[in-house]
Design a protein around this ligand. Structure first.
Ligand code: ARG
Length: 466
């Protein structure tokens, strides 16, 4: 059937397509995965055509039965896709006509591939977003559970990757969880962008039939119908919105992975990644490399590329449909596949990770991690904060110069540096009790962290879209 077959659009042509035209224009090798959405859309279209009297009920029944049979064959892997039929839309329509004859040739009444492809892509994206969102919810739940389990582990918090102040390990995990809740919100917005019915716009101007777009909207579960036929077939904002979500999510996962790479190094040794998610070296027998974390970090690059690529493709396209727009699908599919894979990798790494609480605790006694607590002690006694900062700086310099352990300073030693230090000041040096002093809302005190866990669990359970 390939090659010599007359194109569905072939009426005005005398010569067949050049081989290069087929090779360059074929998208079936990547858009075949839209088959379920294409068939679902075609069935809704056929139902509407029958209801409005554009085709007969018998023709509709033949179309629906034929499409279902094709769907079963594609599911089973027995359907033959033809490159000469260009894309998924024409592969299915041509196969339908081969099977049921005349009614198959009526399916494309009041429809163009321009609104058809917009429909299929939107249907695909809605599903893809739901699947990604479910994995995001699982990851947030996992982080909340880990935060609860490890609520009493205290670790150094960093700025500039220098030890800054003690924090709960849970607070650190939840910081990432909160970022992921924003990814869910963004995805809900992208889903809304996709959730308008484009079918009925025709090629660009609307169609010459009294169609019922509301009926199709209802059958396919869209929230509304697109308001302008030209915008409808030109618009790929929903794809861009999704690609941005995927890029931002990739950035979040990448930052988290960077920490897993650091934390699992011998230098930090805060966590141990399980055997199942690390790999060995072909030359160095001792190695356990965090390849999964590195790959997830690395994949953020292609997620950014997909977004920038489609933006560049769309730039300068005149209204309405242009064939350039076929280039939307590979980045879209790639970003959806990539974030799905990355989220699953993240879940596996975190679910199987061992936390070295003792190593984290030992690391607290570095870089004067409670110096701020000491300065705040003075400020609370009425010393202006800038002066308190200065005095505490002198304490730090004194320890550094004389090789004295800051965390073991006695009340006497402190009082010698400044009489403002009372006998209760030395207790503030302990980094293990420091988090409890962070009483502000959202801080790293136990109560605050527990409140965050409750809030996150409530958010995960709440529906993200109507
Ligand atoms: N495969 C095409 C795409 O993905 C379908 C639309 C083709 N429309 C056209 N007028 N050639 O964009």
């Amino acid at each position: 059937m390939a090659g010599g077959e007359k194109k569905l659009w072939g009426g005005r042509f005398e010569k067949p397509s050049a081989d290069i035209t087929e090779r360059l224009s074929a998208s079936i090798h990547f858009d075949a995965r839209l088959y379920r959405h294409d068939i679902r859309g075609s069935i809704a279209h056929a139902n509407m055509l029958a209801k409005t009297g554009i085709i007969s009920p018998a023709e509709r029944d033949a179309i629906v039965a034929g499409l279902r049979e094709i769907e079963r064959e594609i599911d089973a892997g027995t359907f033959r896709f033809e490159r000469s039929r260009e894309d998924i839309h024409m592969n299915i329509e041509a196969a339908l006509t081969e099977r049921i004859g005349e009614p198959g040739r009526k399916l494309h009444t009041a429809r163009s591939r321009n609104d058809q492809v917009a429909l299929d892509t939107r249907l695909y994206l809605r599903d893809a977003i739901d699947e990604i969102d479910a994995r995001l919810a699982r990851l947030i739940t996992l982080l909340s559970d880990l935060a609860e389990r490890h609520i009493d582990i205290v670790m150094p918090g960093y700025t500039h990757l220098q030890v800054a102040q003690p924090v709960r390990f849970s607070q650190h995990l939840l910081a990432h969880a909160w970022a992921l809740t924003r990814d869910r919100r963004r995805l809900a917005f992208a889903r809304e962008s996709a959730n308008e019915l484009p079918l009925g716009a025709g090629a660009l101007a609307g169609v010459n039939y009294p169609t019922d777009r509301e009926m199709v909207r209802d059958e396919l579960g869209f929230a509304g119908i697109t308001p302008n036929s030209m915008d409808t077939v030109s618009d790929r904002d929903f794809a861009l919105d999704f690609l941005y979500c995927a890029a931002a999510l990739g950035m979040h996962l990448s930052r988290f992975c960077e920490e897993l790479v650091l934390w699992s190094s011998a230098e930090f040794n805060f966590v141990r990644l399980a055997d199942g998610v690390t790999t060995g070296s072909s030359i160095m027998p001792q190695k356990r490399n965090p390849d999964l974390a590195e790959l997830i970090r690395g994949k953020s690059g292609r997620l950014y590329g997909n977004l920038i690529g489609l933006l560049a493709t769309l730039k300068g396209l005149p209204l309405a449909y242009n064939r350039d727009m076929q280039e939307d699908k590979e980045p879209l599919f790639d970003s959806a596949d990539t974030v799905t894979l990355a989220l699953e990798g993240m879940i596996e790494m975190l679910a199987t990770m061992t936390v070295n609480a003792d190593v984290m605790r030992a690391a607290l006694y570095r870089n004067f991690s409670t110096a701020t607590d000491l300065a705040d002690y003075l400020a609370k006694k009425g010393v202006p904060f800038r002066e308190a900062h200065e005095i505490t700086g002198r304490v730090v310099a004194h320890c550094e110069k004389n090789g004295i352990d800051f965390f073991a300073l006695s009340a006497d030693a402190l009082a010698k540096i400044s009489p403002a230090f009372g006998p209760d000041a030395a207790a503030l040096l302990s980094p293990e009790t420091s988090p409890e002093r962070k009483v502000s809302a959202g801080g790293t005190a136990r109560e605050s962290v527990l409140r965050q866990i409750t809030a996150l669990r409530r958010l995960v359970d709440a529906p993200t879209h109507g």
